[in-house]
Write a protein that binds this ligand. Sequence first.
Ligand SMILES: Nc1ncnc2c1ncn2[C@@H]1O[C@H](COP(=O)(O)OP(=O)(O)OP(=O)(O)O)[C@@H](O)[C@H]1O
Ligand SMILES: Cc1cn([C@H]2C[C@H](O)[C@@H](COP(=O)(O)O)O2)c(=O)[nH]c1=O
Length: 262
Amino acid sequence: MARGRDREGAAGAPRGVLVTFEGGDGAGKSTHIRFLARALADAGREVVSLREPGGTAVGESLRALVLDPANEGLADTAELLIYEAARAQLVAEVIRPALERGAVVLCDRFSDSTVAYQVAGRGLDAAFVDAANAFATGGIAPDRTLVLTAGDGRSTLGRATHGTAGDRLERAGDAFHARVNEAFLELARREPGRVRVVDSSGARSATAAQVFASLSDLFPWMADVARADGSYFSVLDDKRALAAWLDRPAGPAAPAEGAARA
Ligand SMILES: Nc1ncnc2c1ncn2[C@@H]1O[C@H](COP(=O)(O)OP(=O)(O)OP(=O)(O)O)[C@@H](O)[C@H]1O
Ligand SMILES: Cc1cn([C@H]2C[C@H](O)[C@@H](COP(=O)(O)O)O2)c(=O)[nH]c1=O
């Protein structure tokens, strides 16, 4: 967990791990969060999967409000404050307690989305947004952020909208979404230690292998899975098989954390 990047809580208990998934709409974040959550649970970790805005009753109400195309007159400044309000509630109600318990928190979007969408996309002031993010998170920052992208300049928006007009943000236009996608890549260039780019233009299994490789310093058993066991990810390429894999009863289908692997 961030705040000083210490790995211990007040009583010496191990802190949890916060992993955030970022990228344009339709990048593949929720698909890989579901798969990763199940793999981590199989390895014996408590996993809390969340989305932003959302993850609390207040946050889900704010999500409906901010994404509703009927609210087309929403001011950019008001939009920012809605995202920050949802984040403040999520951190206070769910993320901070989960990290203090030692859980792995997987969050579909976090403060980097506000930098990409409200600063690069809408043109709001970067310093003000940084301060608002710090206020809402209380200083909690991700241990690792994975930016999913279909390659430089390529949009995944169509994978989210499926030919419909989409929600209020998805309707913001091609130039807006191009600025958002570039902002995520810029974040990765600026903070290479925390932010890693994952290519989601190919097969879901290939993307998952990159996700595991990008987390292997935090969860060492993932290095072996990503390197050696391509078949572990193949279930991702068949949607029915994936649904069955995710729904199967609890049990170890991934190596227990800390287990030595040849
Ligand atoms: N390599 C890939 N990794 C993940 N998803 C992929 C990949 N290739 C295609 N897809 C498809 O892209 C679609 C969008 O995926 P998903 O819903 O996980 O994205 P998302 O980033 O959570 O979207 P949103 O921004 O709308 O919440 C899904 O139909 C998924 O199967
Ligand atoms: C957290 C956050 C999100 N957004 C935008 C990004 C997406 O267009 C929507 C969320 O929908 P998704 O299906 O869950 O991706 O909201 C934003 O503009 N600013 C933010 O801080």
